[in-house]
Design a protein around this ligand. Sequence first.
Ligand code: ATP
Length: 234
Amino acid sequence: MLEIEGLNAWYGASHVLHGLSLAVEPGEIVALVGRNGAGKTTTIRSIMGLMPKATGAVRFAGTELLALPAHARFRLGLAYVPEERRIVPGLSVRENLQLGLLAAKGAIDERAAIDEIARTFPRLKERLDQQGVTLSGGEQQMLAIARAMIAGPRMILLDEPSEGIMPVLVEEMGALFRRLRDEGVTLLLVEQNVEWALRLADRAVIIDQGEIVHHSTAAALLADKAIQERYCAV
Ligand code: ATP
């Protein structure tokens, strides 16, 4: 589904990713872990077309992405939930969800799409007309995920979705990600909550100083405390 080969990325003169290669198969959850500053967010931003400079090859469902602007990547069925959530001030929950449909390809029945999201997220259903930014942190994260899901993407990139969320919602989120995976959606999950991510994921990849230094099944990494200590300790 997603193949990255020899990806390099820069912020100005600062060279952050150094020839990173990574593949994600259709319908799997891959956890991308590593310590602060390792390059996890930069990897996701490169896939989405949000880096000032990136070279190498990034293919999604056979299409080369690096030459495409960010909005064209969304239209291919790639969705992104950024770490900072970006709930738009001045817009209701419903209007924030509608933004997720704007970038979509083709006509989507807006009412049916919002009804479907409301079934999946009862907490949002009760608050559709409330201002998005007045939701709790956990509810805002759910809204950011719902907005990414609403147009039916083939793959979702999530940057630290569990951060700052109470445990009961983190568990709900885990169940939702498993359900999405079982429905055939592919997920790339960047996480600091390594244990939670590894219990959820099928495969795990560790990034360190802008390069992939380990890949294995998630279960194998979960069992290998030495590698976790070496590369994931905060
Ligand atoms: P974290 O968990 O702390 O977000 P990360 O693995 O996601 O870490 P990145 O955010 O990808 O790491 O950062 C990789 C490197 O790029 C770091 O050295 C960071 O300081 C640098 N960096 C990130 N954003 C910028 C920016 N806007 N301008 C310059 N350098 C940046």
